[in-house]
Design a protein around this ligand. Structure first.
Ligand code: CU
Length: 159
């Protein structure tokens, strides 16, 4: 039974890959390689996130190590003067996403449950269940063009 679950997971992450080549998001095609949208009833901790115009995130408290299977509520606010995003992913998916944004800078992410887009002054909540072994660990990133490259990304170990 264990082995079967592992195979299903691998297939799901491969299935997500071709989506990038067509300019759509992996999540729209049934599965993320780094977890799934979480349920409020399963939240085990809440982290406040601030998206700063200095091209970084501020976490309160720190994310630390994420336990595999845990559900985290992120309350994300943008106290800055420009728009930002808070996108959950793993190292590979965030790199692919950043490359795609260079080609299609106008892309919007409102329909993607792994991402919140925030205008200046906005606050939004994102609940995520980290139930998959994300390759290279979890990476939290902003995909407003240029922000990821300027350093708006944060890593978290997943164990
Ligand atoms: Cu940003």
């Amino acid at each position: 039974m264990k082995a079967f679950a592992l195979i299903t997971l691998t297939v799901a992450s491969f299935a997500a890959m071709p989506a990038f080549s067509t300019g759509e998001h992996a999540g729209g095609h049934g599965g993320y390689s780094f977890g799934e949208p979480g349920k409020a009833a399963e939240v085990s901790r809440t982290i406040k996130v601030r998206t700063l115009d200095a091209m970084k995130f501020e976490f309160d408290p720190a994310v630390g190590t994420i336990k595999k299977g845990e559900t985290i509520r992120f309350i994300v606010s943008n106290p800055g003067q420009i728009a930002h995003e808070f996108a959950i992913g793993d190292a590979a998916s965030q790199r692919a996403h950043a490359l795609m944004m260079q080609k299609m800078p106008g892309m919007k992410h409102d329909a993607d449950p792994s991402t919140v887009s925030l205008a200046a002054g906005e606050t939004k909540t994102l609940i995520w269940k980290f139930d998959k072994a994300a390759s290279g660990g979890i990476v939290l990133a902003c995909h407003i063009p240029g922000h990821y490259e300027a350093g708006m990304q944060a890593k978290a170990a997943l164990k």
